[in-house]
Design a protein around this ligand. Structure first.
Ligand SMILES: NC(=O)c1ccc[n+]([C@@H]2O[C@H](COP(=O)([O-])OP(=O)(O)OC[C@H]3O[C@@H](n4cnc5c(N)ncnc54)[C@H](O)[C@@H]3O)[C@@H](O)[C@H]2O)c1
Length: 331
């Protein structure tokens, strides 16, 4: 399976040159998160369309707008369609491109840390509807991904944390040097980004459609999603996943004798970044059960749960939902 070709840069000027070379006067459109127009000056010769981005515009309505632009610009399958933005924009442009004329030519420029290390890679696209988040989507690998670290300069601390936690997750799954670099605050280091992507690509090359190893990437996410929903999304994704990973490490300590220094060091790191290490649920057990049953990774009453036996040794275990909820609510 062919994964994306990645181009790196540290400055917007270099990114502009890379895009210019790639577009090479061919038919193209660039969709950009409207908040980024004051952050980056793109070459005025590019065909640029701003899209208003937030989790509530991640819907079919915005997909329709994107398709409309593709048709009004008379794009065809070989036209270059480029999305510049965080995970919301890349999921939307990815979905619209994967379905436009049964799949056109997609490239992404992730503008958040989370996008650079995670959301732009691996081909998951989608949007939200009344049945939940990302319930409609496709697998569609972008041809090229352009990563420019100058985007990180304008990110809020919460957005940085969202990416840092995904990067740490990659470290726990497949590369302990990522953890060391992040704990030493080497965050703008392209190495952290490159290594995090490598962990994800090593997993994806065997299991793009998430039937087996790709589920490892859910480390911290089963509990994380539960926390996000229970808090009515007042807790950020990174914060929720961080608590989810910590809980997972605690379970791994009792199940596999995982050394407690791993969760101790992770807790100190979270404290240093003023992130929480605990969460008390508002919903009762049956409400939580209802939430967790809607998770895409749940079949009947069993959830596929990711633990680690050690750093770089993830395992997938079947956990009954009732048992998981007992652990979480200490019932
Ligand atoms: N497809 C995947 O594999 C995958 C993986 C993880 C997450 N996701 C999806 O990604 C989304 C979350 O992505 P995200 O965290 O990048 O969120 P996002 O795209 O909503 O961006 C977060 C916020 O930062 C702003 N922003 C973007 N770049 C900026 C910059 N350089 N400077 C300042 N502000 C900037 C955005 O306008 C937005 O307000 C979710 O919808 C999630 O479902 C997808």
């Amino acid at each position: 399976m062919k994964l994306s070709e990645i181009h790196y840069s540290n400055k917007f000027d270099d990114l502009n040159s890379q895009l210019k070379n790639f577009i090479n006067q061919e038919k193209h459109v660039i969709f950009i998160d409207s908040k980024l127009s004051s952050i980056i000056n793109l070459d005025p010769k590019f065909k640029i369309f701003e899209i208003e981005i937030n989790e509530s515009t991640k819907d079919l309505n915005t997909i329709q707008k994107i398709w409309k632009i593709m048709f009004s610009e008379s794009l065809d399958r070989s036209s270059k369609i480029i999305g510049i933005g965080g995970g919301v924009l890349s999921d939307l442009v990815g979905f619209a491109t994967s379905t436009f004329k049964r799949g056109a030519n997609l490239s992404l420029v992730p503008s958040t840390f989370l996008g650079m290390v995670d959301a732009a890679h691996g081909g998951k696209t989608g949007f939200n509807n009344e049945f939940g988040k990302n319930q409609i989507g496709t697998f569609f690998i972008p041809e090229k991904i352009f990563i420019c670290t100058e985007f990180l300069d304008s990110l809020s601390e919460i957005e940085m944390n969202n990416g840092i936690i995904e990067s740490l997750k990659a470290g726990f799954l497949g590369d302990k040097e990522i953890i060391e670099m992040i704990y030493q605050d080497k965050l703008n280091n392209l190495e952290v980004i490159k290594k995090s992507i490598q962990v994800k690509y090593n997993i994806l090359k065997n299991d793009l459609r998430e039937s087996n190893e790709r589920m490892f990437l859910n480390l911290g996410h089963t509990i994380g999603h539960l926390i996000e929903k229970d808090s009515n999304y007042s807790i950020s994704h990174g914060q929720a996943v961080a608590i989810g990973m910590l809980k997972g490490f605690e379970i791994s300590e009792s199940k596999f004798n995982l050394n407690s220094s791993i969760s101790d060091e992770f807790k100190s790191f979270l404290n240093k970044r003023s992130m929480k290490t605990e969460y008390s649920f508002n919903s009762n057990q049956s409400e939580l059960k209802e939430i967790i049953s809607n998770d895409k990774k749940v079949t009947s009453d069993v959830v596929k749960f990711v633990l680690i036996k050690n750093i770089q040794e993830p395992v997938l275990i079947d956990f009954s939902i009732n048992h998981l909820l007992e652990v979480l609510t200490n019932a």
